[in-house]
Design a protein around this ligand. Sequence first.
Ligand SMILES: Cc1cc2nc3c(=O)[nH]c(=O)nc-3n(C[C@H](O)[C@H](O)[C@H](O)COP(=O)(O)O)c2cc1C
Length: 314
Amino acid sequence: MKLETHPDLQVELGALRLRVPTLMGSGCYGSGEEYAPFADLAEIGAVVLKSVTRLPRLGNPTPRLAVTPSGLLNAIGLQNPGIEHYLAHDVAKFASRPCAVVGSVAGFSVDDYAYVTQRLAVRDEIHAIELNISCPNVGSEGETFACDANLAEAATKAARAVTAKPLIVKLSPNVTDIAAIARVVEGAGADALAVINTVRGMAIDVDRREPRLGNAAGGLSGPAIRPIAVLAVWNVAAAVRIPIVGQGGIESARDALEFFLAGASAVSIGTGNFTDPRVPLNVTSGLRTYLAQRGAGSLREIVGTANPGFLGPA
Ligand SMILES: Cc1cc2nc3c(=O)[nH]c(=O)nc-3n(C[C@H](O)[C@H](O)[C@H](O)COP(=O)(O)O)c2cc1C
């Protein structure tokens, strides 16, 4: 199949060059293979793998998902086999993906972030690392790093010190000033920022009189959080010069365009894939149509153009 190249949708996240600016959100796209029957992976930019931790994790008690109006609450709890099992049994399978593969690292200490990043990043199958310092579903520990500027800086520096591969740091919306955290993370050596992870929330079953999630609280994703995410990108884009991967509730090209116009260089699609695995392909074709109709030769031309404060990737 001949892949379209015009208008130009290429994006660079540090040294990670993507032909199209769509990443598949961590925890929402398996390792890509699961979606191959529904979508040609050559037509997406990258798959971000499920976050992996130093030790195996069973995750939270069930139920782990609850559907809410225009949104999805999840509290998976970082279920994963741990880095050693992952390296021995899973990573080799990622070599055959026709798109870029981004490993996602989660941790509970600065040393965890350094250790897991170092172990994962040396593998050729992994083209970039996303540092998940913003998981709201593992008690307060998971998010602590994204909610405290000193810890966000320390985790980023520790990961930066052990790899030269592109480093994307994923920020939390559950803070007072996301732009301040973004600035610190940029200074600590991140190549790009993922904005945003899920928004903390809860739903209660009024008949059973208890929270609907086994973990009680969870992280909200999907269209319900899109305005929160667009504002976060808008604010971060006025604070840093490194590229932003905008995410939160994207289900169409027009949704994605809100993020690009606010200052994102790329977008990530998570929950949207659950309802329609063709969302990423629709986003790409819709972006091409939008740009062509406006006589734009590249996506870059419109990034940040709605945002007077946009600093732009240098
Ligand atoms: C079921 C589920 C599991 C997720 N697991 C992870 C994860 O392991 N690591 C991570 O960084 N983000 C995780 N996320 C967050 C998504 O990658 C994404 O940042 C967030 O859901 C917002 O985008 P969306 O509205 O397009 O889903 C998860 C989200 C969902 C819904």
